[in-house]
Ligand binder design. Structure first.
Ligand code: MN
Length: 287
């Protein structure tokens, strides 16, 4: 594994808010933790939602997500453990598993299912919704399966590790780059006692979500713990992360679109009229 020298950060962003994920269920009864909710959509523009799931009880995930539509944004599913089968009405099919990512552009409309392909064992991962700008909300749907082996992975000095799912860090490029929202999505492991700084472009909204251990960032002594999100403020050229115990997290940042957000369930557009059109199109088989 190549070693990555993280670019220097001169001033760390601070944690402005710690958010507890809310236990909920979705699909046909999948238990999950909703981390990024409606009230944070403007603050964390262009990100619309983050769900985290982690269970070794099949009852929590076996029902999966049967056929359902999306329009107007992208869904990014990162599977840490487990197997999930994707099928959609554009004819795509793929198996998401063990460290792989699925990047789906719903665009003008897609109907898909996400169903577990295991009857026991651990299912763990995340689904992030990334908004599309008005000019590409009605683009053709697209779908990419990115196996774990295609995600750049680096060793960090001091024993840490980093997977660059999307975006750029210094001269390194992630598995995915996207226009307009320029998302940065990385999975970071910090060893006990480790300190790492990650550069984040000025003006991009950013957060961390901890899924093992606990970390502190910037000057705030209060830690962000397992199943908590830390919303980062926008002052500074990156963030300095410290962990007393081995800690795993995702760090997500993106360029805000600053457009109106109109959401009705799985449709995210700019106006109420466009939402009504989406509902009408879906019910009349135009997806
Ligand atoms: Mn879906």
């Amino acid at each position: 594994m190549r070693t990555l020298n993280l670019p220097t950060v001169n001033r760390s962003r601070e944690i402005e808010r710690i958010v507890n994920g809310m236990p909920t269920s979705d699909g046909a009864g999948v238990k999950l933790t909703r981390v990024l909710t409606h009230d944070l959509q403007r603050r964390l523009d262009p990100f619309l939602m983050l769900d985290a799931f982690r269970s070794d009880n099949a009852d929590d995930y076996i029902a999966g997500f049967p056929d359902h539509p999306h329009r107007g944004f992208e869904t990014v599913t990162y599977m840490l453990a487990g197997r999930m089968r994707h099928r959609d009405n554009a004819g795509n099919e793929g198996l998401l598993q063990n460290g792989g990512v699925q990047w789906m552009t719903a665009g003008r409309g897609i109907v898909h299912s996400e169903l577990p392909e295991q009857e026991d064992g651990l299912m763990e991962g995340f689904q992030l919704w990334v908004n599309l700008p008005g000019k590409t909300k009605m683009t053709a749907p697209g779908y990419r399966d990115i196996p774990a082996a295609d995600i750049p992975e680096f060793a960090l000095a001091g024993g840490g590790a980093l997977k660059l799912i999307a975006g750029k860090l210094g001269s390194e490029e992630g598995a995915v780059t996207r226009p307009d929202t320029e998302p940065l999505y990385l999975d970071l492991t910090i060893p006990a006692g480790g300190v790492y700084a990650v550069a984040i472009p000025a003006g991009h909204n950013a957060f961390v979500y901890v899924y093992r251990g606990a970390l502190t960032a910037g000057d705030l002594a209060r830690p962000v713990r397992d199943k908590q999100m830390g919303v980062l403020n926008n002052e500074g050229d990156g963030v300095s992360l410290r962990a007393a115990e081995e800690t795993r997290l995702i760090l997500v940042a993106g360029k805000p679109l600053r457009e109106p957000i109109a959401q009705w369930g799985p449709f995210v557009m700019n106006s109420r009229e466009e939402i009504e059109q989406a509902v009408d199109d879906f019910h009349n088989g135009r997806f």
